[in-house]
Unconditional design. Sequence first.
Lengths: 216, 296
Amino acid sequence: MTRATLLTAALLLALARTGPAAGAGLEAAVHDANAAPVKDAVVLARPVGTTPVLQPGSDNVDQIDKEFVPYVKVVMAGSPVSFPNKDNIRHQVYSFSPAKRFELPLYVGTPATPIVFDKPGVVTLGCNIHDWMAAYIYVADTPYFAITQADGKARLAGLPAGEYVLQVWHPRMEGVESATARRIRIDADAKSAWTVKLKPDLRPRRAPSAHGGGYR
Amino acid sequence: MIAGFFRSGTFAAVALTGAVLAASPARAEWIADAEAAYVFDDNVSRAQRESDIRSDAAFLLRAGGGYYFQLSDRTGATLSATLMRQEHVRYSGLSHIGIGPSASIRTKLGVGPDAPWVRLSASALRREFDNDVRSGWLFAVAGAAGVHVAERVGVRAEVRLERQLADRKDALVAGISGAAFNLDSISMSLAADYTVTRDTTVSLGYGYRNGDVVSSTRRNRAIFSVSKAIAPDPVFGADVIAYRLGADSHIFDVRVSHALGSRMSINFGLARSLSYGDGGNNYYGSSATASLLYNF
C-alpha cells in the first residue's frame, strides 16, 4: 500500500470519528422546587419526524441486601431483563403496572427466563415479602436517554443533528411526563435544565417500629 | 442451688430457647434484634390511695434472635428467643431477667405494601425477679391484623391473652389464696399509624384490658373485700400487701417513631391508663417510654 493510500485512509478514519455521524451530547440538569439536585430522574430525547431504531439489550435489576439495585433503570422497548437474587434468602418480584404485569414466585439465584419489557412506559417493581423494596424500570421508545446522578446531572451522548423533544420523568414527580416536554434543535453539544416538583417519599420504611410489625 | 435451678422453670425456658436457636433449619433466614429502653411509670404499685402510689423508672436491655421462614409468597413464620434485663431505679425488687421462646406466623391477604395482613403469635417468658415473689412465667397468645387505609394511614388491631404464673403463693390469711401474682387477662387494642415522612410515624392507640390486676398497698379493707388472692409484697415495704382483683382498664397512648438509617429507630411513647377495679377500687397511671431498636 502506498504512503498516499495510507494517508488517505487515516484522514477518512479521522473524519469518521469526528464528523456529524459521532453525534452531539446533551447535558441535562434536574432540580426540585428547592433547587436541590434530583437523582434518578430519567431524561429522554425523542427525535422529531423520524422513528428511531431501537436496539434492545439484556439487562439486570439485582436484589442485594434486601434492596433492588438500581432504584431506577431505563431499557429500550423489547429488552429482556433478569432479576438476579444475590441474597441468601428468597425474594418475590412483582409488578402490576400496565406496561408490564408479572410475578416471579419465591426464588433464589436468577430465574432461567428473563422478563421482556416490550411496551413503552413505567414499570413499578416490588417484593411481596419486604414491603420497603421498590424500583422502577422505564421502558423507553427512544435510544437516547440517561439517568441523573446525585448531582442532578445526566449526559445523553451520540445525538445525531436534528430536532428533538426532551422530557423528564422521576418516580415522585408531580404532574405528567409530557408537561416537561420541550423542543430543541441539536447541532452541537447542548444543555437543558428542568425544575420538577416532587411528591413526598411515602414508601414503607425498613427500620423497626416499637409496635413490631414488618414482614416478620 | 443447682438442684433448684433444674427444678425451676428457668431451666425449661433456657432449654426451649436453646432448642430454638440450635435448630438451624435450611431455607431459614437468621434474624436478630436488640432494644434499649427507659421507662417511667408514675404508679408501679397500681395503688388507689395517694399514700400508697409509688413511681419508678427502669432501664431495659433486650436481645432477640431466631429464624424467619418464608413459607410462600405471602406467608412467613418466625421462631425466636428473647433475653432481657429490666433494672428498676427505686424498687430493685421489680428488677428482673427474662428469657423465653416465641413463635409467630404472618400472612398477607394480597400482594403489595397495602395488602392487609394477619399475624398469630405465642410466647413464653421465664422471669426471675430480684425479689422472687413475682418470679414465674408469663405466657401470651395474640392475634393481630392491619391494613393501609390511605396513603399515609395504616390501622391495626390486636387481641391478646396473657397468663402470669408465679412460683410462690404465700398465703397471708387462712382460707384466702396466696396466688396474688397469678394473673389472667384479655386485651383488645386498636391503633392508627400516620406517616409524617418516610422516616417518621406517629401512632395513636386505645386498648381495653379485662382481667386480673395486682394492687400493692398497705392494709386496705375496701380492696381486701373484693380480692381473689392476697400475699405479702416486700418489694414496696414490709407492711405492703399485694391484692389480686379484677379490673377493666382503658389505655390511651401516643407514640412517635423515627428511623435512624435502615436498621435502627428511636421511639417515644406516652400512655395513660385508667383501671376500674372490682368494688370501685380504681387506680390511674401514666407512663413514658424512650427506646432504641436495632435490627441486625
